[in-house]
Design a protein around this ligand. Structure first.
Ligand code: HPA
Length: 270
């Protein structure tokens, strides 16, 4: 808690402004920040206690600015368990956002499609997740200042945000799926048998982020919206060799659709 307060106080000493909504951008999805009228920007390396992202495609900057008329925090780049960070470090920025007064958290990520109806470049609104393959970030003594010991997870992704995003997508004639995200640790992509398993347990996509951030956000009372870009098809029987390059390219290609939905959503939830 001391570190969280120190970091939040540091940020507010640089920029006193508040924003109710924050956006965390995943691999190859950083282009949204070019749509923001920036008021403030700081690299993660200059923020005390902040981890530093080590992944290609993640810039590592905190931005405050205006998106579609709304003030937002944007985290360009996130921290993953597979980088060697503890689950607590992975969710550190989410908790800092909470202390900064953020109420709504929007998460984006690149994910592997396991639902056979999905295609590369599709978007999927996350309606629920399965986290049995990730480490829960709330393990350990509970910080009651952040939230309760046993958080309810019956609606980890706010239904009204989902409804709004679907309406926005329809208005722009953007195809969106709605499905279940299965969180894994990575950094290996899945074996053919693992993709099959993920499909059998009820997953529509699989990815290496988002679940821990969602849990920390729900724990501290934030409302969450999350959306995946399907960057590869793990379930494909023929040739499921998957490369990080392919993931980044597909994420970049789908980025404009995602940016449109998020920027309209920011306005409609304000
Ligand atoms: N599996 C796990 N994480 C991912 C994938 C995948 O196929 N694609 C993008 N992130």
């Amino acid at each position: 808690m001391n570190q969280l307060h120190e970091t939040a106080n540091f940020i507010q000493s640089k920029i006193a402004a508040k924003a109710e909504t924050a956006i965390i951008l995943g691999s190859g999805l950083g282009n949204l920040s070019t749509k923001i009228q920036k008021e403030f920007e700081i690299p993660y390396t200059a923020i005390p206690n902040f981890p530093v992202s080590t992944v290609e495609g993640h810039k590592g900057r905190l931005i405050l600015g205006i998106l579609n008329g709304q003030k937002v925090w944007v985290l360009e780049g996130r921290f993953h368990f597979y980088e060697g960070y503890s689950p607590e470090q992975v969710v550190f920025p989410v908790r800092v956002l909470k202390l900064l007064g953020v109420k709504n958290l929007i998460l984006s990520n690149a994910a592997g499609g396991v639902n056979p109806d999905y295609q590369v470049g599709d978007l999927m609104i996350i309606k629920d997740h399965i986290s049995f393959f990730t480490i829960n970030p709330l393990l350990g003594k509970n910080e009651t200042e952040l939230g309760t010991r046993f958080p309810d997870m019956s609606e980890p992704y706010a239904q009204d945000f989902i409804d709004k995003a679907k309406a926005i997508a329809a208005a722009h004639q953007i195809k969106v799926h709605e499905g279940v995200y299965v969180g894994v640790t990575g950094p290996t992509f899945e074996t053919r048998s693992e993709y099959k398993l993920i499909k059998i347990v009820g997953g529509d996509v699989v990815g290496m982020s988002t679940v821990q951030e969602n849990i920390a956000a729900v724990h501290s009372g934030m409302r969450v919206f999350a959306i995946s870009v399907v960057t590869d098809l793990g379930i494909r029987e023929d040739n499921n060799v998957i490369t990080h390059q392919e993931v980044l390219e597909a994420a970049n290609a789908a980025e404009p659709k995602l940016t449109l939905i998020i920027s309209d959503l920011v306005k409609s939830i304000a």
